[in-house]
Design a protein around this ligand. Sequence first.
Ligand SMILES: *[C@@H]1O[C@H](CO)[C@@H](O)[C@H](O)[C@H]1NC(C)=O
Ligand SMILES: *[C@@H]1O[C@H](CO)[C@@H](O)[C@H](O)[C@H]1NC(C)=O
Ligand SMILES: *[C@@H]1O[C@H](CO)[C@@H](O)[C@H](O)[C@H]1NC(C)=O
Ligand SMILES: *[C@@H]1O[C@H](CO)[C@@H](O)[C@H](O)[C@H]1NC(C)=O
Ligand SMILES: *[C@@H]1O[C@H](CO)[C@@H](O)[C@H](O)[C@H]1NC(C)=O
Length: 550
Amino acid sequence: MMAQKVRTTFIAIVVLIVFLASVYHYLVRHQPVISAQDPLLSPPGPLYPNPKYAIRHEDAPNHESNSRVNSAVSILLPAWEILVVVSTETPLPLDSNAYTCLFPNNDTSPARPAGILPSLDRNLFKCDLPVRLRRRLPFPQPILTKSPENPPEIKSPASALLRWNFLVYDSLTTENDVILFVKGVNNRQGIHREPSEFRCVFGDDAIHGVRTAVKSSLQEVFRCPRPERTGPVDDGEPVKVSLEISDQKLVMPSVAYYTPARKIALQEPKSPICACTLVYNAAKFLKEWVVYHSEIGVQKFFLYDNDSDDDLEKVVTELVDHGYNVSTLFWPWPKTQEAGFSHCAIHANDSCAWMMYMDVDEFIYSPNWLNSSTPSDQMLPSLLPTGNHVGQVIMNCYEFGPSNQKSHPVLGVTQGYNCRNRVENRHKSIVLLNAIDASLLNVIHHFKVREGYRTKNLGMDHAVVNHYKFQAWEEFKTKFRRRVSAYVVDWTQAVNLDSKDRTPGLGYAAVEPKGWAEKFCEVYDNRLRDMTRRWFGMEAPSGNHMAWQI
Ligand SMILES: *[C@@H]1O[C@H](CO)[C@@H](O)[C@H](O)[C@H]1NC(C)=O
Ligand SMILES: *[C@@H]1O[C@H](CO)[C@@H](O)[C@H](O)[C@H]1NC(C)=O
Ligand SMILES: *[C@@H]1O[C@H](CO)[C@@H](O)[C@H](O)[C@H]1NC(C)=O
Ligand SMILES: *[C@@H]1O[C@H](CO)[C@@H](O)[C@H](O)[C@H]1NC(C)=O
Ligand SMILES: *[C@@H]1O[C@H](CO)[C@@H](O)[C@H](O)[C@H]1NC(C)=O
């Protein structure tokens, strides 16, 4: 009898424990947790229900105790990173490592300096969104402070973080119009909304601000005429510019500014050919690329820096000291390769005639140069047709494999990689900036040219691009972690396996595939290696080296 009772009680307890455990399990699983995979790919939804809310980030108070830096606005990037745009009023002290992001629930995360926002010359910091805050919308804006234990008093409740996928992130001004770079409106390839659905809005007052019509809206690029004036007082100071989605009466969040007093176009003659490229941790390859292309006729180099954390600035300074015209522009926006190309076309239009769009692991040469004993700055210009309305030339690429290299070749990629796939793949372009269509539309490395111009493929007898795509495993691994094209997902995700941007046989794991060093090696091709060795090789008692090892 007794034993029976004990057994029943025991069973009851076990049942109760199992029941409680499953309730707990259910509750934990059904918390409003935002997917850690991509919290940002969902549509903006109720975060910006009305224009007033969308512009709330502007109401940050102006004067605070000096332990606080006015952080005008913060943006949530992928992987829970936050970009904090510091306002210009606050001069930054030298020990800028001392800052912390402080959140309304008193969680903190360290803030690290992250470059300058080019359109406004503002300092940027990055910090991570604390784990506890990732579970529930809206994600609050942090404040940047030097003393999180003793934070300044905050009068207004924190507004929501802006999100990189719904944002006016940059703006440029030409003689006639203002160009906005906008995320989250035309967000699928080939789907574009009519210009008449939008207006540009100038000034901080989103409700009464001056508006002008959108004349063109393709990809992330929106063009509007400049306003007659931007407000009651027009003192030439920068004013905020944003995009209104008319039918939703919604003014988008913006970190872009319009400067009415634009400097007059440079009077200096344009360089015949410049180059524009998006870089991430390319310092190691940069000298070889700049020295080589400069010797064959590229005069200026515009680097769009995707938040590199190598010594890019140091290498650029060294190149500038050696007389090369290289400039960098901080371009941290995710998946904006096409927009970066469009931006560069406008940015460099005053100083360049033709623009070469190529990556730092790509080198162009002509088989006709192979017997030349020295390079000449007329070589590349001689490939460009004059007259006959060619507005863009296209060159095909050969993709090189690791060529049995186990690490980065010290003499340079042109010297180390000499084995490639047989068939060419993809292409690169050099475009006449005057011939680009006003929409600035571009896909996979070439632009739409305007009526009256055409695009010509130079053919591989005249121009070849050596693409050192599959490098020694250590190099390749870091490069492909951060793919750049706007419409290709991260290579480590098990989707889009057929994309041309994937590496055959690689799958989606970041482990070295068997036999990597011998892969993508169908033919040996020593042409560029031998030519550059002749042009740039230097014999020295301490060992041979190349001219770019400066
Ligand atoms: C955060 O800390 C401050 C000062 O230490 C305190 O006054 C405030 O109540 C705290 N806020 C929260 C949400 O815990
Ligand atoms: C820059 O790098 C980030 C992070 O790896 C990546 O998600 C993003 O697409 C890159 N941006 C551009 C413009 O390539
Ligand atoms: C580099 O190019 C820029 C843009 O055209 C120009 O303003 C600058 O003067 C050039 N610098 C040198 C050192 O030539
Ligand atoms: C280079 O020289 C070689 C040997 O003299 C010759 O066969 C070849 O046709 C030349 N190539 C060019 C592009 O002039
Ligand atoms: C560059 O400027 C010229 C006028 O000087 C203009 O016709 C052309 O469209 C501009 N190109 C781009 C890409 O804006």
